[in-house]
Design a protein around this ligand. Structure first.
Ligand code: 5GP
Length: 168
């Protein structure tokens, strides 16, 4: 079995507080937090509470089908978030890890492009930044805020245990 980076629930608690401190210290407080589901859901919730930002949304993206196995490109799944809700706002996009970085890049590009096309004449912008707990060296995008770097496969506390099935 290849060497893994293990994030425990305890470690996740520390990571989300430290990441939030980093964001707050940068002087940029988001008005809306957008989780990339599903990996970013739990980090986004923790950051949302830690900085007391109540407005949360999600974008549902699928890319990995197994350990190191991916689709050709990340795809957006319904329900789709209305990007016009981000118009003119400071938006924090949250994911667990930028690995290839393709998922995060797709979402950031979509927000930038759709943000621009919201109002063709006035070029309405979305002030979007990104945060990931981990970044890998091969990532094609560098998140604005990162807690740690690794090139190992990461075991996150929420996705490591087996799926629960009914007791017989
Ligand atoms: P990317 O598009 O950056 O390659 O990765 C997209 C998503 O795949 C991540 O948000 C995460 O949910 C999943 N993923 C990528 N690398 C890892 C990893 O090392 N461990 C786990 N558990 N998930 C990963």
């Amino acid at each position: 079995v290849a060497d893994r980076e293990v994030l425990t629930w305890e470690g996740f608690g520390v990571a989300s507080r430290e990441l939030t401190q980093q964001i707050v210290d940068s002087g940029w407080i988001p008005e809306l937090i957008v989780a990339i589901a599903r990996g970013g859901l739990i980090p986004a919730g923790a950051i949302s509470y830690a900085m007391d930002v109540k407005a949360c949304g999600t974008m549902n993206v699928e890319f990995y089908t197994g350990v190191g196995e991916t689709l050709e490109a990340p795809i957006l799944l319904p329900p789709l978030m209305d990007i016009s809700a981000m118009e003119g706002k400071r938006v924090l996009v949250v994911d667990d890890v930028a690995d290839s970085g393709k998922t995060l890049k797709m979402v950031m590009d979509m927000i930038a492009e759709d943000g621009l096309s919201l109002d063709g004449e006035n070029q309405v912008k979305v002030d979007a930044r990104s945060v990931c707990i981990y970044k890998k060296s091969r990532s094609i995008i560098t998140p604005d805020y990162i807690w740690a770097e690794t090139d190992k496969w990461i075991n996150f506390p929420w996705s490591t245990l087996p799926t629960i099935t009914a007791n017989a």
